[in-house]
Design a protein around this ligand. Structure first.
Ligand SMILES: Cc1cc2nc3c(=O)[nH]c(=O)nc-3n(C[C@H](O)[C@H](O)[C@H](O)COP(=O)(O)OP(=O)(O)OC[C@H]3O[C@@H](n4cnc5c(N)ncnc54)[C@H](O)[C@@H]3O)c2cc1C
Length: 566
């Protein structure tokens, strides 16, 4: 029998004609023809398609790492690596507290795809490069690599980040650093649940947060008592302990001398499982590939790192580096959301024209591109300060304060950016296969861990008060762009008047935001194309934009911004 179907409002697929037919008689059986859908964004090089990152790599002193980035950018853009990202998040880690005979094992099993992304990261030095590379620029090169890794799969960057970040804290206890650094710097990924001394590579995590307080770590109740032989036995709990399969953790616990930092391995020196019991894994909004757990320590064997009573001062060096990674992680999600949105708009036709050619969509995409470029430029400049901070006091001050400023602001902008990029794909953006839902669920996290928004802003006030040289270093960097743009100069003058050691808690968020915007604008004025700097100053400093994305003023050169973006 012949079918006769009447379809109303169907959009003609012929790209030449592009006319809307209001009624269509179909006299043959319906076929499944897929029209006007964007091809998947795969088999592309995440590094070589990112001009902003590429320029920043040279500018901030790691041009030598270009071949490694080209290679890593190609690998992370392959269909296979993209599939690993999806599989690792769809097949979440499983906790086994006991073996089949009833012995406690406290092991976490991951999907093979997780191991693939971990292997890729460890083999390319994402956890070790700045500590093993003799050339200056190791932190910058690694930051660029992390920006690529996290675009493909964000969850695995948590243990990678902690393994990188633990080193400066560990060095406060040289004997422990000598023992553990070679394992942490290995380019072999060894996921086996075995004593670290038997493995070809090791990972480290950190456990500070307890049920009664995360930000307020001084409220920690976990106790440490001497074992009489130079080590300690730890008893207590941690409410969040990510990546519990790591080989060791920096843990805060109360010793006789006060809150102290300890290295707590999964196995004791005599080859027994340590008293580290995983109670359960958290069921999380996002970050699903990564296991985050609740743990209890029962007389767990540990070694002290730094002096008793200096726990926060010791672990803060680790936290400072993971905060840098929060900036990188947010910039990375923003970049991936942006490229997905641009890619879609360049392939989707609506109302007779490509989406990318529609003025209002150009405004949205260009606005997102500005935000992404500003985040990338800031993150790379910050990484340079980490490279120079051992030898240059001004860079040390810059790293101290700009890390907090950037962590606060870039993490805050990330969810809004991903949300808007998701909408650029229409309904497709709401569907898991597009990757946007995964980015969206991940987006708020960098603002929560390693110091939530308010806590970071209070830390900024603390730096204003106690480390005035850090404030001067940041202002010095911002002022480098003075005299190039009237709007920037006015914004800076206002900021200089308001920023002071007497700033109150109520003003802290507003000041953090203004400092971040001034820093970003200064970097864009000096290092980006004039069209980007102009639109950024107009919309972010001179109130010529709105509160949502897509509100750049008429004068914006949209084509120039979008050509640069991807
Ligand atoms: C997925 C995930 C993984 C994590 N992994 C780890 C891990 O591996 N190790 C670890 O130690 N922790 C981990 N955390 C915990 C995380 O670091 C804490 O959740 C975070 O530090 C906040 O602590 P809290 O949850 O106790 O909140 P609280 O400290 O109770 O804070 C709640 C809110 O109050 C605000 N606030 C706090 N103090 C003030 C103040 N004085 N004035 C105004 N506002 C204030 C905070 O900014 C926050 O918004 C993880 C968290 C998540 C979500």
């Amino acid at each position: 029998m012949e079918l006769s179907i009447r379809i109303g409002g169907l959009i003609e697929s012929d790209p030449e004609a592009c006319a809307v037919k209001t009624h269509l008689e179909v006299r043959t059986p319906v076929t499944h023809e897929v029209l006007n859908q964007a091809p998947p964004l795969a088999e592309y090089n995440l590094f070589s398609t990112d001009r902003v990152l590429s320029e920043a790599l040279d500018r901030e002193g790691a041009g030598w790492a270009r071949p490694r980035l080209e290679e890593f950018g190609r690998l992370t853009g392959t269909e296979e690596a993209i599939r690993w990202g999806f599989q690792a998040n769809e097949n979440t880690p499983v906790l086994y507290t006991h073996d089949r005979f009833g012995h406690r094992i406290d092991e976490v099993e991951f999907h093979p795809a997780w191991h693939q992304v971990m292997r890729l990261a460890i083999e390319h030095g994402l956890a070790s490069l700045p500590w093993t590379e003799s050339k200056p620029g190791g932190h910058v090169a690694r930051a660029a690599l992390m920006l690529l890794a996290s675009q493909n799969e964000a969850g695995h960057t948590c243990p990678v980040s902690m393994t990188y970040a633990v080193v400066p804290a560990l060095r406060k206890q040289p004997d422990l650093a000598r023992e553990w650094e070679p394992r942490l710097h290995s380019s072999h990924y060894d996921p086996r649940a075995r004593p670290a001394s038997e493995k070809s590579g090791a990972l480290m995590g950190m456990a500070m947060t307890e049920k009664q307080g995360g930000s307020d770590v001084r409220a920690n109740t976990t106790l440490a008592e001497s074992d009489g032989a130079g080590a300690y036995l730890i008893t207590g709990h941690k409410w969040f302990c990510s990546a519990p399969m790591c080989d060791a953790f920096l843990v805060l616990a109360q010793a006789l001398g006060g809150l102290t930092c300890f290295l707590l391995p999964r196995w004791t020196p005599d080859g027994e499982r340590n008293g580290f019991h995983i109670q359960r894994l958290k069921s999380k909004l996002g970050n699903r590939s990564n296991a985050s757990s609740e743990v209890e320590f029962q007389q767990a064997w540990a070694r002290r790192v730094g002096d008793e009573g200096r726990g926060v001062a010791t672990i803060i060096d680790m936290v400072q580096h993971t905060r840098l990674d929060c900036v990188i992680g947010s910039a990375s999600l923003m970049r991936q959301a942006l490229v997905q949105a641009i890619h879609h708009a360049r392939h989707r036709r609506v109302f007779g024209r490509m989406l990318a050619d529609q003025p209002l969509m150009q405004n949205v995409l260009a606005d997102l591109a500005l935000e992404s470029e500003a985040a990338t430029a800031l993150m790379m400049r910050l990484a340079r300060a980490f490279d120079a901070r051992e030898t240059d006091a001004s860079e040390r001050g810059f790293a101290r304060l700009a890390t907090a400023i950037a962590k606060y602001w870039v993490s805050k902008r990330c969810p809004a950016q991903v949300n808007e990029a998701l909408e650029c794909l229409g309904g497709n953006g709401f569907v898991e296969e597009s990757i946007l839902p995964r980015l969206y669920r991940e987006a708020p996290l960098n603002s929560i861990w390693e110091g939530s928004g308010n806590v970071i802003c209070l830390d900024i006030l603390r730096a204003f008060n106690k480390e005035p040289e850090a404030l001067q270093s940041v202002l010095r960097e911002i002022r480098l762009a003075r005299g190039s743009d009237r709007r920037f100069d006015e914004f800076l003058t206002g900021l200089e008047q308001d920023v002071s050691a007497s700033a109150t808690e109520l003003e802290a968020r507003r000041l953090a935001e203004r400092m971040a915007l001034a820093l970003e604008a200064s970097l864009l004025i000096r290092h980006s194309i004039p069209e980007v700097a102009d639109a950024f100053c107009a919309s972010r400093l001179a109130n010529e934009g709105g509160r949502a994305f897509g509100t750049l003023p008429h004068s914006t050169n949209f084509a120039a911004i979008l050509n640069r973006a991807f």
